[in-house]
Design a protein around this ligand. Structure first.
Ligand code: C2E
Ligand code: MG
Ligand code: MG
Ligand code: MG
Length: 289
């Protein structure tokens, strides 16, 4: 079969792909209303010290509580939101909610000094209103700038030049921390480390996943982590390992000098109440089995 694809070209008809595309456009069409109806839910995942499992920070991870499809992960809708530009509104919501929750945690558990880390899409980073929006969110919630971290991927940083780069610097000057997300899997053009006041490198889960035992792949991944930790520390940056799933990985990451870790081993993403319970319970958040 063949059918016109609307742009005057002919394409081979693929029933599976077209069903998937229809599902995708249906989600894209429903997203603006979902935002209005407040169907977004934020889950927070613990980021803990590798040495004593102290809760240092939480990462805000957005989900869509879809009335028919249930709770959808960001991989189902973030790229759609980026394509349509809705990511800016969506990101504003996440930022405001994350700052409000973090400010409540600070009021109830001042000693914890719990930081909140918010993902920033490339489009948000390049948006002229960014500094104003972040300052407003901090002012409205009373959250100190030092307790907010913004995560950008290497590609988002690379796409950020000129005025937007200056606004990231202004945010850092306010005290907001900047982290590079999924470090080591993007363009890895390290020149941006000189152009931006980065605080933290988040090592991509792919390297952590490779740490399994004594096989040769595992040795390579351990050496990569070792080298990246040394690079980070030489630049006075802290290192967070992502996607830590096993005790073996947690032990190796501690030995390799990673400062903090995040992953199912330490605790899954959970709603704000779960983090409050952790803060109320004890400083040890590990779900050790
Ligand atoms: P990310 O920022 O790298 O977030 C870490 C991802 O690792 C999360 O996936 C988290 O649930 C997952 N994860 C947690 N523990 C483990 C583990 O032990 N093993 C493995 N393999 N993975 C683990 P999630 O929640 O599906 O988010 C996917 C991506 O969506 C995020 O990757 C981030 O890039 C994006 N995202 C999430 N929330 C937002 C948001 O509010 N704004 C923007 N712009 N992007 C977001
Ligand atoms: Mg992230
Ligand atoms: Mg990441
Ligand atoms: Mg990611």
């Amino acid at each position: 079969w063949a059918k016109a694809d609307g742009r005057g070209r002919w394409a081979v008809f693929d029933p599976v792909r077209s069903a998937r595309d229809r599902a995708k456009s249906a989600l894209a069409a429903a997203l603006p209303a979902a935002l209005e109806r407040d169907e977004l839910v934020i889950e927070y995942q613990p980021i803990v010290a590798t040495d004593d499992q102290r809760l240092i920070a939480v990462e805000a991870l957005v989900r869509w509580q879809h009335p028919q499809l249930g709770r959808l992960g960001p991989d189902r809708f973030i790229s759609l939101a980026e394509e349509t530009g809705l990511i800016v509104d969506l990101g504003d919501r996440v930022l405001a909610t994350a700052c409000a929750d973090a400010s409540r945690w600070l009021a109830e558990f001042p000693d914890a000094q719990l930081r909140v880390s918010v993902n920033l899409a490339a489009r948000q980073a390049s948006e002229p209103g960014l500094v104003g929006k972040v300052s407003t969110a901090l002012r409205r919630t009373g959250l100190p700038a030092e307790l907010l971290q913004l995560e950008l991927t290497e590609s988002a940083v690379m796409a950020t030049t000129g005025e937007p780069l200056r606004s990231l610097r202004r945010l850092a000057a306010l005290g907001v921390r900047l982290a590079i997300d999924d470090f080591g899997t993007g363009y890895s053009n390290l020149a941006y480390l000189r152009r931006l006041p980065i605080h933290t490198l988040k090592l991509a889960g792919a390297f952590v996943e490779g740490i399994r035992g004594d096989d040769p792949v595992s040795q390579v991944d351990e050496r990569i982590v070792d080298a990246l930790v040394r690079l980070a520390h030489a630049l006075n940056l802290s290192v967070t390992a992502e996607a830590v799933e096993t005790r073996h990985q947690a032990d190796r990451l501690l030995a390799l000098g990673c400062d903090t870790g995040q992953g199912r081993f330490y605790g899954p993403p959970q709603e704000a109440g779960g983090i409050t319970a952790l803060l109320r319970g004890s400083a040890d958040v590990a779900t050790r089995v």
